[in-house]
Design a protein around this ligand. Structure first.
Ligand SMILES: [Zn+2]
Length: 327
């Protein structure tokens, strides 16, 4: 039975084998960039672990599979941060602990899926450590994080790790055409912009708002280049109002500035935002590589500050002051 996962074949085969032979690790850590497919893989794995069929798990048909599909499975607990910019709290981890301490009701196993684990507070991470040390035999904990390096080493060493990488853009385009019936030209465009993050490509292909939010973020960036200082402060204030939107905006700005770097290093054949070529070239004409590297660093630091709930507006103001002035 094939899992409905695009790409990540090696990881899928490894996990299918573990489920089929009942050798599934008690603690699994799935890492990879945002929207690369971690949640889809984890959800399918959860279904397979809980499925009551003899083989071909998940069958999609047994009571367990049906309960899971309707978000109504007593042996599954999903845990995530409130939104893109908040932390995972110790109370949430304590709930996981309580959940796993009671024996399963529907299946032979119990599974807790903890998303955004790299945004756990230090107290929450330490609380989880206890659960990892002595898991009940039926319990499985699946952690999702963008980067294992951002986690406590004592946690990483107690998990089995599966690292997902961006897919080749050809594979993303093919999946969009075949599974989501997107017309080829659009599929190729979205695959290119996705940078191999299939989750983003599917979202952009199926919900117009995703693509519009990206356009809005990039239009704002281009506008800032022509703004004087007072206007930039006003823009910063508006941006700092919504942490979740700001987080997404910064992600898109990073891809834009990476494009600037690609142009500066004569790698324009792999440019992501070809639609913004004139703006990219205008920056290249006035800006050196050193400045671009500094912009990328500042963008990443601003993202970290956002996660740490630092004074967001101040960070965004500093970031916007750093933008080159192309008037
Ligand atoms: Zn089933």
């Amino acid at each position: 039975m094939t899992w409905p996962i695009v790409g990540h074949r090696w990881a899928v085969q490894q996990l299918q084998y573990a489920v089929a032979h009942d050798e599934m690790s008690h603690a699994l850590l799935i890492t990879g960039p945002e929207n690369v497919g971690k949640t889809t893989l984890a959800r399918t794995l959860v279904a397979a672990i809980l499925c009551r069929a003899e083989g071909g798990k998940p069958c999609g048909d047994c009571l367990s599979c049906r309960k899971l599909a309707s978000d109504n499975h007593p042996d599954f607990m999903p845990v995530a941060t409130e939104d893109k910019a908040s932390r995972l709290k110790i109370d949430q981890i304590r709930e996981v602990e309580r959940f796993l301490s009671l024996t399963p009701r529907e299946s032979l196993h119990k599974v807790a899926l903890v998303s955004d684990f790299d945004r756990a507070t230090i107290n929450a991470a330490n609380a989880l450590l206890k659960t990892l040390e002595e898991p009940p035999p039926y319990a499985h904990l699946i952690l999702l994080a963008t980067d294992a390096d951002l986690l406590l080493p004592t946690i990483v060493s107690r998990t089995q790790q599966v690292n997902l990488r961006p897919l080749p853009s050809g594979e993303v385009a093919e999946a969009l055409i075949e599974r989501w019936q997107i017309e080829p030209e659009r599929a190729q465009q979205l695959a290119r912009i996705s940078g191999g993050r299939i989750g983003w490509a599917v979202q952009a292909a199926t919900t117009p708002e995703t693509y519009e939010r990206m356009q809005e973020a990039l239009e704002t960036l281009v506008a800032i280049l022509g703004q004087d200082l007072p206007t930039r402060f006003a823009t910063a204030q508006a941006l700092a109002r919504d942490d979740a939107v700001l987080h997404e905006t910064l992600e898109y700005w990073l891809t834009f500035w990476r494009d600037v770097l690609l142009l500066q290093t004569d790698n324009d054949s792999v440019l992501v935002h070809t639609e913004y070529r004139p703006a990219l070239e205008a920056i290249v004409q006035t800006t050196g590589i050193q400045k671009t590297l500094q912009m990328l660093e500042t963008l990443e630091a601003t993202q970290q500050a956002l996660f740490a709930h630092a004074n967001t507006q101040l960070w965004v103001e500093n970031l916007l002051i750093d933008f080159p002035n192309l008037v």
